[in-house]
Design a protein. Structure first.
Lengths: 396, 396
């Protein structure tokens, strides 16, 4: 029985630590995920040593990451994009391009091989739309044009980040890059994403009824979860990250008429599973890796680079909206979060990223997520205020 | 990456097999759980050998069992009992006593040591109210007095089964029984259950607001899940089964005003996690253990004993309602299911129950669950029909 007790106590400690961390962070007006990762760092080997990362805990954390990206995909609606089309596309594309190029250059000049530099650059890319959306919702400006552009650009951003991650993970392990192999990998990754997003989306729009076919009363959800697990396994099988498959499954299902029900039903599952991912991520941070001047300098440089590259990239994309709006959009796109953290975790598992770089990238993600919300609030509340709209359908 | 792919493929195969099994069973008018266990048996080592039971899969199955018993607890309302008080109490108590005594005697005469015989007897006890409730709901007789007595008795039945399981698990490992130790264990098990059920229930009724204290938007659910994991770990720590703690957590929360929200939020989590428990249970059945005359004879004897003991015990308890109603109540209490299967799994893990006996007990649980629904439907539809009531709040 001792063995069973051990597992249960670990699950309990991890889950409670996540709740306490999230609660403290939120009361300090920071995103909950910051608190969950900090809690993991504290109960992990780095500080208290209460929790050891076992294979059992890791599989639960991985399911958490898959569920999280599935939910992000489910909130990624191609319709959001059409409404603000041109500006959002420019913001999304430039907001990915500039951080990727600058991150890659930094990696190159730090002496990393090209595949590793590309991996690091990918962790620079992904905006956490969830954090920004929550801030926009709290201050009641979701109906403003800047907010719509941000949410639309976040869709492009997510898709491009997944595409980049697909290419970059597939390139790893080949050591140096050879062009025919890279082209093949690029073709395969893009093919997988485009095939599923386009064909899957079309099938779902036409035949949402398929999801209701089983007589199981929980059928739309169970079929959707099966699709999520299936595409995650398929993505991993062809050498992409599993979360890409989960994200695509969500994106495809976002086109069905059961989308809102699914989003609602996914929230309790997220509440149970996702904290395990963030706490395990925090527990994997070796604080000692940050406790020297070199690491802290690198952290400062990377964080600055991450902020400036998004601000400038997205600001340029939104320039036609006027300087102030461009600034708002740029700041709104600064927070990295879930996706960047997952990418860093993947890199650590695949041993592309060292413990030190892992700790630095997580810290950078957290810093951008902590810095952006107050700046955004200040920019919006000093600007002429529009009629606040309470839209309960927005992701928190 | 190969390792990660393996885990994901297993999760996908297990989940999809469960859905297909449940769908086929339900279309054949059998409970979904029968199909999930059969699916596990087919994809497991016994037949196709697609899935191996690893530690990682087992921890997910265990979380599934904990979530399931948490949900059963949440549906266990002391109020249901008060309405039909005396009859339900008599039905519940006699319906536990007779199967336990007859099961224990059978075990004794089969030559088992007393602790083992008690364990087997406990697997005889627990009625699966969920299966009966679904049948009653489908034929629209939930408002009939017999239905109310069945649902009330199921509450008593669940509580007594958990109490018995507590005593019986704690007695294991001591080899033969010594009276002072048994009394201590009895006291500890009863103390834990009564303390949490009574004191916890009181605290919850008075201070439901506590669940709303965190600013986390998912707070009633997250605190409840923390309580569930915490009491599961606590129960395991003092030598009881973890599911007893989960059940008590649910029962305590059933007294809060957030009960219905929690029940709704738990359904998606059940949809994801519980199938893993049943498929793993099925995969653990060694079909070869059933493929001989002796095992099949034992199965026939045990199944008959299980049916007759419930029918007579519960029928006696309901005798004051008239012979026909007593028969209906007796038949309604026959299905074993989740709880009996979990008890058998615990026994197998603790090596109290042999592979052969495990296969037999699972088969008995399934048989009683398959036999009772058509009998119940026949009895009700031939009796004078009452006004059908559609009560969506009933557990499925």
């Amino acid at each position: 029985m001792n063995h069973e007790i051990g597992v249960l106590v670990v699950l309990f400690v991890v889950f409670v630590a996540a709740q306490i961390g999230a609660e403290i962070a939120q009361r300090l007006k920071m995103p909950g995920v910051v608190g969950e990762i900090a809690a993991g760092c504290i109960i992990g080997p780095s500080v208290l040593g209460w929790v050891e990362i076992t294979a059992r805990l890791e599989v639960i954390a991985e399911i958490g990451a898959i569920i999280l990206l599935f939910a992000v995909g489910l909130e990624t609606r191609l319709d959001d994009l059409k409404k603000v089309g041109r500006s959002a596309t420019a913001v999304g594309v430039l907001g990915v391009l500039l951080p990727f190029v600058l991150g890659g250059l930094w990696g190159h000049y730090s002496g990393f091989a090209t595949p590793k530099a590309m991996f690091v650059a990918t962790a620079f890319v992904a905006t956490s739309a969830g954090i920004t959306a929550r801030v926009l919702q709290e201050i009641g400006v979701l109906d403003r044009i800047e907010s719509r552009v941000i949410m639309g650009a976040a869709v492009i951003d997510d898709i491009l980040a997944m595409l980049l991650l697909g290419v970059v993970t597939a390139v790893q392990g080949g050591g140096e890059i050879n062009v025919p192999h890279l082209l093949f990998v690029l073709f395969q990754a893009v093919g997988f994403v485009v095939l599923i997003a386009v064909a899957g989306g079309k099938i779902m729009r036409r035949s949402s009824n398929l999801l209701e076919a089983p007589i199981n009363p929980r059928s739309p959800l169970t079929l959707s979860l099966a699709l999520c697990l299936g595409l995650a396994a398929a993505a991993a099988y062809i050498g992409l990250a599993a979360i890409i498959g989960a994200f695509l499954a969500g994106m495809v299902l976002a086109e069905t008429r059961q989308r809102e029900v699914l989003e609602q039903q996914l929230k309790p599952i997220e509440a149970l599973m996702v904290p395990f991912f963030f706490v395990v991520t925090g527990a994997n941070i070796k604080l000692t890796e940050l406790a020297n001047v070199e690491a802290l300098t690198t952290l400062a440089v990377i964080t600055l680079l991450a902020i400036v590259s998004k601000l400038v990239g997205c600001g340029l994309g939104a320039w036609s909206m006027g300087a102030r709006s461009a600034l708002i959009v740029g700041v709104g796109m600064v927070p990295r979060g879930e996706v960047g953290i997952i990418i860093a975790s993947l890199g650590r598992q695949a041993e592309v990223i060292s413990d030190s770089l892992f700790a630095i990238i997580i810290a950078m993600s957290l810093l951008t997520s902590v810095v952006a919300p107050p700046a955004l609030t200040a920019l919006f509340t000093r600007a002429p205020k529009a009629v606040p709209a309470a839209d309960p359908s927005v992701p928190n």
